[in-house]
Design a protein around this ligand. Structure first.
Ligand SMILES: NC(=O)c1ccc[n+]([C@@H]2O[C@H](COP(=O)([O-])OP(=O)(O)OC[C@H]3O[C@@H](n4cnc5c(N)ncnc54)[C@H](OP(=O)(O)O)[C@@H]3O)[C@@H](O)[C@H]2O)c1
Length: 224
């Protein structure tokens, strides 16, 4: 059951048959997204429109330069949330453009000049954490101060791992792409630390699977 002091969190991602998110380390996932069925792109945008906020890691912004807006369906774009400890996102990033509100979460070590420069682009900046963004605190803040009841996260692997490791993910929805990419350092759904034993495996319960256009979609609850 969701912890009521934070938003309900959905992790959504497109992944290959071998669990990869991109063609190689440093490559944009937009290359793979070209192979998603149109119906699945609609599903992704419809899901964004159903959520109050959307979060991706700062490295995904650097590599993919995502907009994180709702474009293919009618509906309001969610609040865009980016954890970026040192406030060092490129100031011309697409996520800092447009009318959709953006919240950049930084830590106490962020350079005040960089924070001011991000604010000047129109984004809000909050400080949560000393050396890295404190995700549990950010979740509470999103709920209490921004009224976020439902948050979706769209990666990448570093953020996905941190969110799961803090037990902050309630559901996972995967769009399966029928490719094998390989590569031991190619980003996969969850990065982070290795586990030592099966006790540490994060367990999922499959609740639904269906075809969306030509893509298999699977939906899981996370069991902690
Ligand atoms: N297929 C897909 O659905 C999909 C979706 C998204 C991304 N991707 C791919 O994933 C790759 C990028 O993934 P990535 O793992 O390198 O980076 P990421 O998860 O997008 O971003 C990680 C960064 O977020 C910031 N951060 C701040 N606080 C954090 C915290 N508490 N925990 C974790 N991160 C925190 C850190 O950078 P700071 O130093 O700025 O704080 C960290 O390095 C790209 O190749 C992208 O194309 C694929």
């Amino acid at each position: 059951m969701s912890d009521r002091s934070r938003p309900h969190v959905l992790m959504m991602s497109e992944i290959t048959a071998d669990g990869k998110l991109t063609l190689k380390k440093g490559a944009s996932s937009k290359i793979l997204m070209k192979y998603m069925a149109h119906e699945t792109e609609i599903l992704l945008h419809r899901t964004r429109a159903e959520y109050d906020a959307i979060m991706v890691g700062s490295n995904t912004i650097r590599i993919d330069n995502s907009y994180l807006t709702v474009r293919l369906v009618e509906g309001r774009s969610p609040l865009r949330v980016i954890p970026n400890s040192r406030a060092d996102l490129p100031l011309d990033a697409n996520v800092l453009k447009g009318d959709t509100p953006t919240l950049i979460a930084v830590c106490e070590e962020a350079d005040p000049g960089r924070v001011a420069a991000i604010r000047a682009q129109g984004a809000e900046v909050v400080t949560v954490g000393r050396q890295q963004v404190d995700l549990p605190r950010l979740m509470q803040l999103l709920k209490e101060e921004y009224g976020v009841e439902r948050l979706m996260i769209e990666g990448g692997p570093t953020l996905n791992w941190s969110m799961l490791n803090h037990r902050l993910v309630d559901e996972i929805r995967l769009i399966h792409l029928p490719f094998i990419i390989g590569g031991s350092d190619t980003p996969s759904l969850v990065g982070g630390m290795h586990i030592e034993s099966e006790d540490e495996m994060i367990r999922l319960s499959l609740k639904r699977y269906y075809m969306c256009g030509s893509n298999l979609v699977t939906e899981y609850d996370v069991i902690y």
